[in-house]
Design a binder for this molecule. Sequence first.
Ligand SMILES: Nc1nc2c(ncn2[C@@H]2O[C@H](COP(=O)(O)OP(=O)(O)O)[C@@H](O)[C@H]2O)c(=O)[nH]1
Ligand SMILES: [Mg+2]
Length: 260
Amino acid sequence: MKDNLCIGRDTYGIKHIRFALKFSRFSAVRSSPRHLLFLCTLCPSRQVGRQGKGLGANLSKRSVTALSFINFAAREINCKIVYYGAGLGGKTTNLQYVYDKTNDKARGKMISLATETDRTLFFDFLPLDLGTVRGFKTRFHLYTVPGQVFYDASRKLILRGVDGVVFVADSQEGRMDANIEALDNLHDNLREHGYDLVKIPYVLQLNKRDLPTALPVDNLKKELMRKSEPVFEAVAFQGTGVFETLKEIARQVLIELKKG
Ligand SMILES: Nc1nc2c(ncn2[C@@H]2O[C@H](COP(=O)(O)OP(=O)(O)O)[C@@H](O)[C@H]2O)c(=O)[nH]1
Ligand SMILES: [Mg+2]
């Protein structure tokens, strides 16, 4: 498991352990000490990493030590992509589909933590290998967030150190308020971490296009687009649009990584 994470335990300070312990109030987490380690992955020391985009020779020694997302020994870069959106929009279904269709050599373990209500997954974790940047393999870690407002603290935490965001919107008319609320919440939570939705790699996915209650794409775009982000129509449980979405966010993240 440690290999998949490519992040040594020693990169976590007491602050991170405290964060993890804070979340141990969720019974599913409390039930297994192993899960605490996974929660630690949500809060690695990556802030300096945002300035250290120029890889290899461009990295100062000081920044290297703080960049837990670059594993020099394994020559790997770890990129974090978060699937965000209202509850039941199809985030988990996206990850599940990617996981199912990915070669088991390229993927790590998918972890799902059920919350007390059993309705929402706490997060999913899926590392994937997709190409190289200056000789470094890139490993993509895909996360989803719990949709319910009750779990806002964990949604915020998962955004820490994020490299790219996929917003999964539910196309149904009855879910528009929830979509907009989640989008505003994403905007606020990103800002709290010092990110700007307008600047970070970002893709909008319009999911559940198969449903008769789905609104026309143009209406959804008008309501939900926040910049000139790429928009993909999807039927996640059939896999339609799932890899297209992932490839686009990965493409944007790689462009960012190659800059500098
Ligand atoms: N009709 C339809 N149902 C979907 C689609 N994608 C996901 N679902 C269903 O919507 C429900 C919620 O999906 P889930 O992935 O758990 O949502 P999450 O809360 O965003 O993670 C599940 O029953 C899925 O099978 C889709 O494209 N069309
Ligand atoms: Mg889910």
